[in-house]
Design a binder for this molecule. Structure first.
Ligand code: NI
Length: 174
C-alpha cells in the first residue's frame, strides 16, 4: 500500500466528473487500499478518487469512532436509489479543504447500490453520519465540494483563504 498526495482546493481536478469503472479488478482494489491508507493517515472518514487525482467513481469510507472496530467500506460506481424527504444538517469538513467546516443540509437517509472490493453488487440503507459521508463523497465524483452547498459568500471566503494558503506554501517552497 502507498500514501497518495491529496489535492486541495481550489484545483480544477476537483471539478471534473469521474468515470465509472468497468469492474473492480486488482488495479481498482489497489487504488481502494491506497486510498484507505491515505484517509487513515490524514485522519479522515471518507476519501474519493478525484481527491488523489484518479478520475474514477471510487470512494472509501470508515465512520467508526475512535476505539470502535474499523468499518472500512470500499465502493465503486455508487448509485443513490432513494433519498429521504427528511433532511438533516451536519457540520462537514473535507481533506481537500483543510481546516474549513460548514453546516450542510442533505437527505437524512439514502439507499445505495454499489460494487464492493470483490466486484459484488451490494445495496445498503444508510442514515446519519454514514448517509452524510456517502453523499459528500459521491459529490466529489461529480466535481462538487461541500462548499458548493453553502452560500456563495461563505464559499468565496473559504476558497480565497485556501488559495492564499496555497500561494504562501508555493512561495515558501521556492
Ligand atoms: Ni471531501
Amino acid at each position: 500500500m502507498a500514501l497518495l498526495p491529496i489535492i486541495t482546493a481550489p484545483d480544477p481536478r476537483l471539478k471534473l466528473k469521474a468515470k465509472p469503472v468497468v469492474g473492480v479488478d486488482d488495479k481498482v482494489r489497489r487504488l481502494m487500499d491506497d486510498m484507505l491508507e491515505t484517509m487513515y493517515h490524514a485522519i479522515g472518514i471518507g476519501l474519493a478518487a478525484p481527491q488523489v487525482g484518479a478520475q474514477h467513481r471510487v470512494l472509501v469510507i470508515d465512520v467508526a469512532r475512535e476505539g470502535e472496530k474499523p468499518q472500512r467500506m470500499r465502493i465503486a460506481n455508487p448509485e443513490i436509489l432513494w433519498r429521504s424527504e427528511e433532511m438533516a444538517t451536519a457540520n462537514e469538513g473535507c481533506l481537500s479543504l483543510p481546516e474549513h467546516y460548514a453546516d450542510v443540509e442533505r437527505p437524512r437517509a439514502i439507499r445505495l447500490r454499489y460494487l464492493d472490493h470483490e466486484n459484488e453488487i451490494r445495496e445498503i440503507d444508510a442514515e446519519g453520519l454514514l448517509a452524510t459521508c456517502l453523499q459528500h463523497e459521491i459529490d466529489h465524483l461529480d466535481g462538487l465540494l461541500f462548499v458548493d452547498h453553502v452560500s456563495s459568500l461563505k464559499r468565496g471566503m473559504i476558497l480565497r483563504k485556501l488559495a492564499k494558503t496555497k500561494r504562501a506554501r508555493a512561495m515558501a517552497a521556492d
